[in-house]
Design a protein around this ligand. Sequence first.
Ligand SMILES: CC(C)(COP(=O)(O)OP(=O)(O)OC[C@H]1O[C@@H](n2cnc3c(N)ncnc32)[C@H](O)[C@@H]1OP(=O)(O)O)[C@@H](O)C(=O)NCCC(=O)NCCS
Length: 180
Amino acid sequence: MIDFGNGIKLDTINYPSVSIMRKWRNDFIIWKWCRQNDLISQDSHQKWADSLKDRNDVKMYSIKDENYGAVGICGLTDIDRVNQRSEFSLYISPKSHGKGYGKAALKTLLSHGFMNQNLNVIWGETFEGNPAYDMFLKLGMKHEGTRRQFYFKGGKHIDAHLVSMTRQEFMEAPWKQSQV
Ligand SMILES: CC(C)(COP(=O)(O)OP(=O)(O)OC[C@H]1O[C@@H](n2cnc3c(N)ncnc32)[C@H](O)[C@@H]1OP(=O)(O)O)[C@@H](O)C(=O)NCCC(=O)NCCS
């Protein structure tokens, strides 16, 4: 269990979290901000979840509130050990939005990535219009650039903003946490 003392913990993905993950990912509220166009089938989702145990380039976690259980999913994806960088992924259960879980989980994920996984850069990509972008900047991530009309979704071309944080920026972040 990964615990940086801010009220949420990151746990390994187990069977119940695998099944709820697909439900959340296919919910329009989350799907509209994700890169995949098709809904995720049970079969492909299970294959992906089964592959996780053998992969070094992806580490996914269930976000746990000790009173309410699983409230979301986050992870380090596309982990590149040579260049010490990784993309991040984050979503909160549609019924648990706006309760502070996303921000707490991202702080813990960044802390885990820089302090436990020896990463030097953690980056993310978000569609134009996603309120999550402001949260990323408030935590100290920097806007790296915009991929113009990079995705086609919902019948239109969409800009995507790249954001990132370096280890140095994390070390200087006012919210920097210590592992419990
Ligand atoms: C983005 C997401 C993870 C945020 O999680 P959350 O638990 O709802 O967010 P929090 O309650 O921790 O709020 C964090 C901050 O973002 C703001 N915020 C979050 N969602 C917002 C929304 N829909 N509209 C306006 N502000 C929002 C909050 O006001 C808060 O700001 P503050 O720190 O100044 O108070 C969640 O909305 C989500 O799962 N979205 C769909 C998937 C997604 O977009 N993931 C990121 C893709 S890169």
